[in-house]
Design a protein. Structure first.
Length: 109
C-alpha cells in the first residue's frame, strides 16, 4: 500500500486516526471490533476507545496497526500528531501569542 502525504488547510481539523481505522479500514475489511482486537493482540475495550476517538494512537498501537494494515507505524503516528497539534494549538493560541521567540546569539558573542 503506497502512502500519500496530504497537507491540510489549518482551519480544518484533522480527523482522529481512530475514525480512519473505524470508517475506512475495518469497514473495508469487514471486520468486527472483537476480531480486529484479537488480531492486534489488544483488548476489545482498548480498541473501542481508539475507534470512539477518545484515546490516542500510542507508539505501540501504531506498530500494531502498521503491521495489521501493511502501511507501517509512521502513518498512524503522523495522523495522531497532526490531530493533537491542531487541537492543542487551538486551545492555547492566546498563551502561545504571549511567548516571545528566543534570540540565538552568535558563537563569538
Amino acid at each position: 500500500m503506497k502512502e500519500y502525504i496530504v497537507k491540510r488547510p489549518l482551519k480544518r481539523p484533522p480527523v482522529h486516526p481512530g475514525e480512519i481505522l473505524r470508517e475506512d479500514v475495518l469497514k473495508t475489511l469487514g471486520l468486527s471490533v472483537s476480531e480486529t482486537a484479537k488480531r492486534l493482540g489488544v483488548s476489545r475495550q482498548q480498541l473501542h476507545r481508539i475507534l470512539a476517538c477518545t484515546h490516542p494512537i500510542t507508539t505501540e498501537m501504531a506498530l500494531r496497526l502498521g503491521k495489521f494494515a501493511g502501511n507501517g507505524p509512521g502513518l498512524w503516528l503522523r495522523m495522531q500528531q497532526a490531530y493533537d497539534l491542531w487541537y492543542i494549538e487551538s486551545r492555547i493560541t492566546d498563551e502561545l501569542s504571549k511567548i516571545k521567540a528566543a534570540e540565538i546569539k552568535g558563537i563569538n558573542g
